[in-house]
Every structure is written in C-alpha cells, then in structure tokens.
Design a protein around this ligand. Structure first.
Ligand SMILES: Nc1ncnc2c1ncn2[C@@H]1O[C@H](COP(=O)(O)OP(=O)(O)OP(=O)(O)O)[C@@H](O)[C@H]1O
Ligand SMILES: [Mg+2]
Length: 176
C-alpha cells in the first residue's frame, strides 16, 4: 500500500534536528489517513507547511488532519479567506491557504503571527508564498503527482525541535 523510499537524516552538525521520509499515497483515503495520523500527534504551536501545486491533495490531507484532532466541523477550502479556524478539537486548528497571496502586492505578513506562532496548530496550503516568513521550526509536506497514475508521492520532513518531536510521534502512530 505505502512504500517508504527514504529514511531519517540526522541533524546538521548537531545544531538543527532534521527528519525526513517519503511515501506513495494511493487514493484520497490514504491522503486522509496520513492527515489523520499527523493530526493525532500534532502538538500546540506546531506548524505544517504544505506545497505541491493545484489539486495535489492538500485540502484532502487537512480533512484527515482535522479528524485526527477530533474536530467536528467539515473542512472547507479557505482559498477566498486565507484562513479558516476550527475550534472544536483537541487544539485550535488554523487552516491557511495562501494561493491568493501570489496575486497581491501585499507584503505585510504580520497578521500571520497569531496563526503561525499561536496557541493552536497551523496547516498551510501554498506555503511557498510565505517566503522568508516561514517558521524555522516546521513540519513540511510536499505532494508530487505521479506521471504514471493518480498516486501522490509525499515527502515529509521536519526541522526544529517541536517539528522533530511531532515527527517521532508520527512514525509510531503511522506504523500502528
Ligand atoms: N493520494 C491520492 N491519490 C489520488 N487522488 C487523490 C489523492 N489525494 C487526494 N486526491 C484527490 O485529488 C483531488 C484534489 O485534492 P485537493 O482538493 O485536496 O487538492 P489541493 O492540493 O487542496 O488543491 P488546491 O491547490 O486547488 O487547493 C481530489 O479529488 C482528491 O480526492
Ligand atoms: Mg486546497
């Protein structure tokens, strides 16, 4: 079902903890399962930065993530609002979609602080538009569409203490 093609990389000169792994996801149910497993182990203040292009599976992932946090609301795409908050789960979930930032000339990013450095968990679609504003301690999820079929190759990586702790907890959760 899921094939692991790369495994953990230890920190750079002992200063920045890093972890990484890639897997193939066959069908939306597996994308949801991945999201749910990460939502189950996400900790307060953790940030999940997603990349991967149109229709890659980012919002599908967030649906699973919200379920893993025990959110009761239905996840919608926040494309026209930048952010939707789901507050019914174990931790507040901030779902950001920065696609439209590409069309604006807005350079002020301070409004993001309450989500990226807040009391909840932030999941960010089109995180590439954060540029240098992306937190250093973050869990990155990169979706790639297969050229041969409908599968997605997803690369997960963590940098920084909080993200690496989440990564370790996730490895246990995923292998259950
Ligand atoms: N692993 C998968 N294999 C095949 N299809 C998938 C997989 N994961 C998600 N999908 C499907 O891909 C489509 C697009 O998913 P989704 O809306 O989550 O993408 P997105 O990355 O959020 O897109 P956008 O960039 O427009 O926000 C949906 O029909 C979803 O069911
Ligand atoms: Mg989306």
């Amino acid at each position: 079902m899921t094939e692991t093609i790369a495994l953990c990389e230890e920190g750079q000169m002992g200063r920045v903890a890093q972890r990484g792994l890639s897997l193939w996801l066959t069908g939306p149910e597996e994308t949801i399962r991945l999201g749910r497993s990460l939502g189950t182990v996400a900790s307060r203040g953790s940030v999940f930065l997603m990349r991967g292009g149109l229709g890659a599976g980012k919002t599908t992932f967030v649906r699973g993530f919200a379920a893993g946090l025990d959110c009761r609301e239905d996840v919608q795409s926040p494309t026209f609002t930048y952010v939707l908050e789901y507050l019914s789960g174990r931790l507040p979930l901030y779902h950001l979609d920065l696609y439209r930032l590409a069309e604006t000339t807005e350079v002020e990013m301070d409004w993001l602080d309450e989500y990226l450095f807040g009391e909840g968990v932030a999941v960010v679609e089109w995180s590439e538009y954060l540029g240098g504003y992306a937190p250093e301690d973050a869990f990155c999820i990169h979706f790639l569409l297969s050229e041969a079929d409908e599968r997605r190759l997803v690369t997960l990586s963590a940098a920084g203490r909080t993200a690496c702790e989440v990564f370790e907890a996730w490895v246990n959760e995923w292998s259950k």
